[in-house]
Design a protein. Structure first.
Length: 162
């Protein structure tokens, strides 16, 4: 997660605490197109500076593969963007189905006080491209302002050659 949270000092201070920010439990299936990978993601509540705990986020290696999330518990947002510059931030509430369309990078953010628990399912051949997000970040960040979640521009976002 280095370089993803805006407040680098707060992030560095947290590294000493050996905290777990999120956990993923996946039923492994063969990485082939006909298969479905599926599992549970748990993002714990908390913040790094003003920024809520979140997943690393990724594009799929096979870019045009989609994903479905079903929110089981908690309160969160899914931050998404495309290589072309579109972005979207959608709510995650228990009982909500969230569809991540093909070609959209995705990151879940816990904006609540309890664990954010989601079930996810995606094609077996999708793969995870973490490198692009590691280098350029997401265009939008979710931070707490006056006790509420707010979406802001990521001042550090920059495009890389793909
Ligand atoms: O495939 C997915 O999108 C999820 O299973 C995520 O991998 C999970 O939520 C953890 O996020 P990340 O893989 O970005 O660390
Ligand atoms: Ni995914």
């Amino acid at each position: 997660m280095k370089g993803q949270y805006l407040d680098e000092q707060a992030y560095a201070a947290m590294l000493n605490q050996d905290l777990v920010l999120y956990e993923v439990y996946e039923i492994k299936r063969p990485e082939s197109a006909g298969e479905l990978m599926h599992g549970i993601s748990i993002v714990h509540p908390g913040k790094v500076g003003d920024e809520y705990f979140m997943t690393k986020g990724h594009f799929h290696t096979v870019l045009d593969t989609a994903e479905v999330y079903y929110c089981l518990k908690g309160q969160g947002t899914m931050v998404m963007e495309t290589p072309e510059g579109d972005w979207s931030v959608k709510e995650l509430r228990p009982g909500c189905v969230l569809y991540v369309p093909p070609c959209w990078a995705h990151r879940s953010v816990n904006i609540g006080q309890q664990d954010l628990v989601t079930f996810f399912v995606y094609p077996g051949n999708a793969g995870h491209d973490y490198g692009t997000i590691e280098q350029q970040g997401f265009r939008k960040l979710v931070v707490e302002r006056d006790g509420r979640a707010q979406v802001i521009d990521n001042p550090r976002w920059h495009a890389i050659e793909r």
